[in-house]
Design a protein around this ligand. Structure first.
Ligand code: SF4
Length: 372
């Protein structure tokens, strides 16, 4: 699994804490050159150079000049082999979608586009400081579909400031009327040091009540179910066989390589973090000083529980016990008991799963199952 971070945005959305810069798109080619060098140096860190998935995320990959996109994929194919039917996802902003861009993406093998829609309400979009309109998002989905990209995912956010239940229902109805096979719907989280946090602190903006957000989540579950979507991860819904294979790999704790400033990699026992500095990354041709975190046994155990419970497959207690021993398994059973009783977790055939209610309070449930 390969992730490539594209650290450019045209403007910053108020809620976002991902690493990106709004100043340096003119450095795109130099950046891709550095990323190519990092791929060359680090490709052997993966257990195999055969990739089942590639994910180009950001930032805003769709801001890259077409020449840079071609160069990036040429570097991927020089340093790795793509498995037959590999999933190749490219994140895009709706207003960047043009017939020419899609032609380029098809020519380099992209078979899945993830669109950052977030809302189909123009007022909400302006408030979040997104640069597209609802109509642009709708047209972008239809254009991608007409051009024949087989998989389209859209991102939505609920629990936004000033968002009403009626507005969210409209977002859901619009999203589910489009030819998409995957929906990522996130409950808004207010991240440290973002403009959103400041605006909420100084009371310029306010969030919907917990009760409204709960109803938004319920409507999300009902509407997606009605349209045949499976709720296969806390925030992810898909038509049968259209789950994100790349993200599922993260939730199965599979090794991955992350390329670019701010990207991280995982080799099964430790995690490496690239520093958040585009200029340094370009100057050093992608070989910057990474921070490494070696996961202790307890941390690996936590990670296993955390990632397994995120998905509808749940935590297989036999597998867990085989890997971590009977004491941690017995602890998990004890800690899970109150949540099984109050309906946040279910235990069937030795598999522990978050229920639909439990997903809404998953942070609390998961933290109760973590080793200290
Ligand atoms: S949400 Fe996406 S487009 Fe907005 S600032 Fe973050 S990375 Fe950039």
């Amino acid at each position: 699994m390969l992730y490539i971070h594209i650290p450019f945005c045209q403007q910053r959305c108020i809620y976002c804490d991902f690493y990106s810069t709004t100043q340096s798109i003119d450095k795109a080619l130099a950046y891709v050159h550095a990323a190519e060098n990092e791929m060359r140096h680090r490709s052997k860190e993966l257990p195999t150079t055969q990739l089942s998935s590639v994910y180009i995320g950001g930032g805003t990959p769709s801001l890259l000049p077409h020449e840079a996109i071609r160069q990036l994929f040429s570097a991927v194919r020089t340093n790795f082999t793509l498995s037959e039917g590999a999933e190749i996802t490219f994140e895009a902003n709706p207003d960047d979608i043009t017939p020419e861009l899609i032609d380029v993406l098809i020519s380099v093998g992209v078979n899945r586009i993830s669109l950052g829609v977030q809302s189909f309400n123009d007022q909400q979009l302006q408030l979040l400081r997104r640069r597209h309109t609802a109509n642009q998002a709708i047209e972008a989905v239809h254009l991608i579909h007409r051009k024949g990209i087989p998989h389209i995912s859209i991102d939505l956010i609920y629990g936004q400031p000033q968002q009403t239940l009626a507005s969210w229902d409209n977002d859901l109805n619009t999203a589910l009327s489009l030819p998409v096979d995957h929906l990522s719907a996130y409950a808004l989280s207010v991240e440290e040091a973002t403009p959103l946090q400041r605006l909420i602190k100084n009371q310029t903006l306010s969030l919907p009540s917990d009760e409204t957000t709960w109803h938004m989540y319920q409507h999300l579950c009902e509407a997606t179910r009605k349209h045949g979507f499976l709720h296969y991860e806390i925030s992810n819904f898909c038509l049968p066989n259209a789950h994100s294979r790349h993200n599922s790999g993260y939730w199965q704790s599979r090794p991955y390589l992350g390329i670019g400033p701010g990207a991280h990699s995982y080799d099964g026992a430790s995690r490496h973090f690239n520093p958040l500095n585009l200029q340094d990354y370009i100057n050093k041709q992608g070989i910057t000083h990474r921070t490494t975190e070696v996961l202790s046994e307890a941390e690996q155990c936590n990670e296993f529980v955390f990632t397994a419970l995120r998905t509808s497959n749940g935590l297989n207690m036999d597998e867990f016990e085989k890997r971590f021993g009977s004491k941690p398994a017995s602890n998990i059973r004890t800690w899970a008991q109150p949540h099984i009783q109050n309906g946040n977790l279910s235990l069937t055939e030795r598999t522990l799963c978050l229920t639909e209610t439990g997903i809404f309070v998953s942070n609390d449930v998961l933290s109760d199952l973590m080793h200290v």
